[in-house]
Design a protein around this ligand. Sequence first.
Ligand code: PMP
Length: 357
Amino acid sequence: MPKKPEDIIRDEIRALTAYHVPDPGGMVKLDAMENPYRLPPEVCRALAESLAGAALNRYPDPGARELKTRLRTAMQIPSAMDLVLGNGSDELIQMLALAVAKPGALMLGFEPSFVMFRMIATFAGMRYVGLPLNADFTIDTATAVAAVEQHQPALIFIAYPNNPSGNLFDADAIARIIHAAPGLVIVDEAYHAFAGRSFMPRLAEFPNLLVMRTVSKLGLAGLRLGLLAGHSAWLHHVDKVRLPYNVNVLTQLAATEVLQHRDVLEAQAAAIRSERTRLLAELRRLPGVETYASEANFILFRVTKADQVFSGLKQRGVLIKNLHGTHPLLADCLRVTVGTPAENTQFLSALTAILNP
Ligand code: PMP
C-alpha cells in the first residue's frame, strides 16, 4: 500500500498555502508591481533579430558571460565583486537558503515585508524569525540589533525599499545590523530604479553584505532574471547550489539586448516616478484615505474597509492588492502599483466613486 501524501510530505509544507496569483482577466492590472510599459517598436525589432539567432538546440552558457558583462555596467556593480544570476530573485533567495540550511539555521526578516523570505525559509527547512517593523514601517534599530545578537541568523533579508510599505529604511540602521550580523545580510534592491539609493557602492565596506537586484520591475518581469552581487568568498559557494542552466538561452539573449537600451528603461522608470507623485497627491486628497510615502513603483494606503474597497475596485475592473489580514500593521491596507497615466486615472475614479457613493 503506498502511503498518503500526509505521511510523506513534510508537515511544514502541508501547512503552507501556495503563493496565490489571481487571474486578472481583462482588468486593469495594478497588483504585482509590474512596469506598465511595453518596449518601443525599434527595441522589439532588435530583440526579434537577436532571438532569431538563438541556438535553442544548445544548452545556455552556464556562466552567462555576456549577460553578466552587460549587467555589471547597467547595475554599476563594483568590479571587485562577484555575480550570481537567478531565475528571478526568488530563485536567488532559495539558493541562499539551500546553501546555509544546516540543522537549526535561522533566517531573520522584518515584517511586513516580501512574503517569499519566510516561505523560502520554510521550503529549505530553516527556522524563521520575523521582527515587526514600527507602526510607521521603520526599523527599531536597538531591537533589531538585540534580535540579531540573540538569534544569530545565518541570513538576514532587508528589502530596500521595502515591499509592501514602499519606504527606504534608514541606511545607518541597516549598517548597524550588518555589523552585528554573524552571517550574511542581503539587501534586496528590487525597486532600485524608483529609489535611487543603494548599498551596491558600499559592498566593499561590509564583508558579509550581498546586494540583490532584479530586472522584473524594470519592465522585464517576464524574463525572470535576478542577480546577487558581493564578495566571491561567499558567492562562489552560493553558485554551487545553482542549477547549471537556470538562466535560459532566450532570457540571456533578451536581457543582453534590452540592457543596451538603458535610456528606454530609464525613461519608463522616470515616467513611473512622476506618476507616483501624482497618484500620491490625488490619493491624499480623498477623504478617509491614509497614504504612505513611497520610493518604489507602488503605494500603500489605508481605508476604513479595505475588503469592501478592494472588491468595489474589482467590480469596476481594477485589480490591486488587498493586504488586510496579512499582518496586524496592515489592517485595512491596500497596495496599488503605479500604472500608466490612463490606468492610474481609472483607478482613482473607481476609488473616488467607491468612497463617495
Ligand atoms: N524582492 C522583493 C522585495 C519583491 O517585492 C519581489 C517581487 N514582488 C521580488 C524580490 C521578486 O522579484 P523577482 O521577480 O526577481 O523574483
